[in-house]
Write a protein that binds this ligand. Structure first.
Ligand code: ADP
Length: 254
């Protein structure tokens, strides 16, 4: 995000955000306080359970929103280090299972010889979580999310050159139209209902990838699904920084 928004734009964006997020938080707090009120009067154990589940979900959404906000407004630089992708993302299985739903499964496909990447491990996890949540939301009737890692040696793109690991998060969901594709990296752009989407997920993913000297690309087909590809530099083999131009990524239809 650092590279796509000027400082002034960023401050303005954070200002705008206060209103939107306050609204989202208010809705979540109403779910929780209303739920507690009903819980107080409800004796049926099944209904009490249902109320509690709803409140836990609302609290988790609020926590997710806060995490994204913190990541977005973060001032300090990321702290890149050599990261074993299979280990780092594989360690998220429980978190993913809990954050997603029973009818959505995550499959990991990491080859044994996958290179380590040079990234901030916390931001990598946040990025994968954001992508997995989007993939889930794109598949309302459930399905499989594939998280795949691949070594790509000696890329010669103008944008990224050298050795990269590509991490793809693939869904067979609703896909995106051209209009949506052209805007997905904008902070606060969301097509989701109030309280469900902050519009910060892909902005975080894009900021993370570009600040890690990689990039993010999207392939999407309406009604067929979406693959979001993170290109992250191989550790110990950092590519030269050739791109300083502002760039909103490479969203393009398949
Ligand atoms: P949010 O998820 O809070 O809406 P994001 O920045 O993560 O914010 O995503 C922005 C928008 O991009 C979403 O509202 C949705 O319209 C679209 N989108 C993102 N990921 C996918 C996906 N995997 N499939 C279909 N649409 C997606």
């Amino acid at each position: 995000v650092e590279e796509t928004l000027s400082h002034a734009q960023k401050i303005e964006a954070i200002g705008q955000l206060t209103g939107g997020v306050a609204h989202d938080f208010n809705n979540l707090l109403m779910v929780i306080s209303g739920g507690l009120d009903m819980l107080d009067r409800q004796t049926d154990p099944v209904r009490r359970r249902r109320l509690m589940d709803g409140m836990i979900q609302a609290a988790q959404r609020g926590a997710g929103l806060t995490r994204q906000l913190l990541a977005f407004s973060r001032r300090q630089k990321l702290r890149p280090e050599p990261v074993d992708v299979a280990l780092q993302i594989g360690g998220m299985r429980e978190l993913l299972d809990r954050s997603l739903r029973g009818d959505v499964h995550v499959e990991f496909e990491f080859p044994d010889d996958l290179w380590p990447v040079e990234v901030d491990p916390g931001e990598l996890e946040l990025g994968v979580l954001n992508l997995a949540v989007n993939a889930r939301d794109a598949m309302p009737t459930g399905g499989t999310i594939v998280v795949r890692g691949e070594n790509l040696s000696e890329l010669r793109d103008p944008e990224i050159a050298g050795d990269f690991v590509r991490i793809s998060v693939i869904d067979k969901g609703v896909g995106m139209s051209r209009e949506i594709l052209s805007r997905v990296f904008e902070p606060f752009f969301t097509t989701k209902d109030v309280g469900k989407g902050s519009g910060l997920g892909l902005a975080q993913v894009h900021g993370f990838a570009t600040q890690s000297r990689g990039t993010v690309r999207i392939k999407s087909q309406l009604g067929r699904g979406t693959s979001i590809e993170l290109y992250l530099p191989r550790s110990g083999n950092l590519p030269s920084k050739e791109r300083d131009r502002p760039d909103l990524g490479n969203a393009q239809p398949q």
